[in-house]
Design a protein around this ligand. Structure first.
Ligand SMILES: Cc1ncc(COP(=O)(O)O)c(C=O)c1O
Length: 453
């Protein structure tokens, strides 16, 4: 089958692509073959990219000689292949449910190679974490009580972190104010079944500057813990490291130029993920380590001086470039005046930003089914899913094409691994769940696929 790639002509937020992602995205014949065989949408997972992302962060730590613990935030994607890649890269796993925990254990994770940072753990989840000696991040005094009820009395210490709700983040329901952390420290100091490993926080947003401020508060609590006889060894800054999906220039220009008319809703969404941010995750980490504390020490110097480990649970940034999602077009409906709706096989539950009143601001690539000559005919379309819900829209943005797409063509999005592809997926209308396949490239340049399990 021959095929042709037709870039979106407007608004031109073309994805930044790793060499492997570019190879897959331009392998039109393979993508058509695979969607024919496995259905649409089809999620392709690239485990080697996750490995490279762990390496990228580790290089920053190693060059500076900072002790570190990178836990892959498994919530970001349901792929086992990605979890396995994290373990193969030597990362730990951050689990937020008993099911993520069981998958991690099945793949070989154990003990303090697992951290559980989620706030609402069930008794069963606590039991299984305790059984393997995983690091439990305690969100509240109530959770500390619950964990203490489940601890054995066999002399084995249970490692715990306490989750701080840093000053200025009081609206969050997660973590504890400094005063409450202090009260928990006293309780832990009085109970020899616990081992206090350190302070954790996770902030929404993506600014290293906010984490540096919170780090200072965490560091003070670490000193207080030492003063009452505890021996913590890590400060854990959670996730929130960025992905650069599109170029910074294209992104800034787009934000300046976009208008309400660019959306079929007639409204520009109130907020977006910073798709064209200025920094890679590694650059972000360097800035964080260089941030100065009020003592005059940088965070890097403070960690080294106190011989502390910097722990983190990046989710999104570790799956940068690690997934691609292909949707087959079922029909293009003419709305007149060069506008139309492009219906795809699959739904916005596999491309979920519109459900958060925002947009995935990365243009898809149109892979035509064949090279049959088509007349150039400028066309503008938004992309709708196959369900009966009016809001089942993958892109509210009008996307420009030089030729009208046709049934059987594919729309392919790069970089869908970070929450995008499977956070909301379901079997609405009894459509089966989309398939996920892992893709590798041989030394000879051959792409091959295997099931993601
Ligand atoms: C406690 C905690 N840690 C880590 C993460 C991962 O964040 P990100 O995917 O932005 O790196 C989250 C995400 O919600 C979280 O709640």
């Amino acid at each position: 089958m021959t095929s042709h790639i037709d870039p979106i002509t407007w608004p031109e937020l073309s994805p930044i692509l790793s060499p492997l992602a570019a190879d897959i995205l331009t392998s039109s014949a393979s993508l058509h073959k695979w969607t024919e065989e496995y259905g649409s949408p089809l999620h392709l997972v690239l485990p080697s990219e996750l490995n490279a992302n762990v390496e990228g962060l580790r290089r920053v730590f190693d060059e500076r000689g900072v002790g570190h613990a990178i836990y892959y935030g498994a919530k970001v994607n349901k792929s086992s292949g990605l979890m396995r890649a994290a373990l193969e890269a030597g990362a730990g796993i951050d689990v937020s449910s008993v099911y993520e925990l069981r998958d991690a254990v099945k793949l070989g994770a154990w003990g303090s190679g697992i951290v559980a940072t989620g706030p609402a753990k069930t008794a069963q989840f606590h039991d299984e974490l305790v059984r393997i000696g995983a690091l439990i991040c305690v969100d509240s005094p109530e959770e500390l009580t619950d964990v203490s009820k489940r601890l054995p009395t066999d002399g084995v210490e249970q490692p715990v972190l306490l989750r701080l709700q840093p000053k200025g983040h009081e609206k969050s329901r997660f973590g504890m104010a400094g005063e409450t952390v202090r009260a928990c420290l006293s309780r832990i100091a009085a109970d020899d079944r616990f081992r206090f490993d350190g302070i954790h926080f996770h902030l929404s947003g993506y600014r290293w500057q906010d984490r540096a401020v919170a780090f200072e508060e965490a560091a003070k609590l670490m000193e207080e813990a030492r003063a009452i006889g505890l021996s913590p060894k890590m400060i854990d800054i959670g996730g929130g490291l960025p992905i650069q999906y599109v170029s910074e220039v294209a992104w800034e220009e787009h934000l300046l130029r976009q208008r309400a008319d660019d959306y079929r809703t007639g409204k520009v969404p109130a907020s977006f993920y910073p798709y064209g941010g200025p920094q890679s995750a590694a650059a972000w980490l360097s800035c964080f380590l260089d941030a100065q504390l009020s003592s005059g020490l940088t965070i890097e110097d403070y960690l080294k001086q106190r011989e502390l480990t910097l722990a983190m649970e990046p989710g999104r940034s570790l799956v940068d470039q690690a997934a691609i999602s292909a949707f087959r077009i079922t029909r293009v409906k003419d709305l007149g005046g060069g506008d139309g709706v492009i219906f795809v096989e699959g739904s916005s539950f596999s491309a979920c930003e519109t459900w958060f009143a925002s947009e995935f601001m990365v243009d898809p690539v149109l892979l035509r089914q064949n090279d049959r000559a088509r007349a150039d005919e400028p066309f503008r379309g938004y992309i709708a899913g196959h369900s009966c819900l009016d809001e089942d829209v993958l892109s509210n943005r009008w996307l420009g094409f030089s030729q009208i797409p046709e049934a059987g063509d594919l729309l392919v999005w790069a970089n869908t691994g970070g929450y995008q592809m499977d956070l909301l997926e379901n079997e609405f209308h009894r459509h089966p769940m989309p398939k996920r396949l892992c893709v590798t490239k041989s030394a000879a340049g051959q792409l091959s696929i295997y099931p993601d399990n």
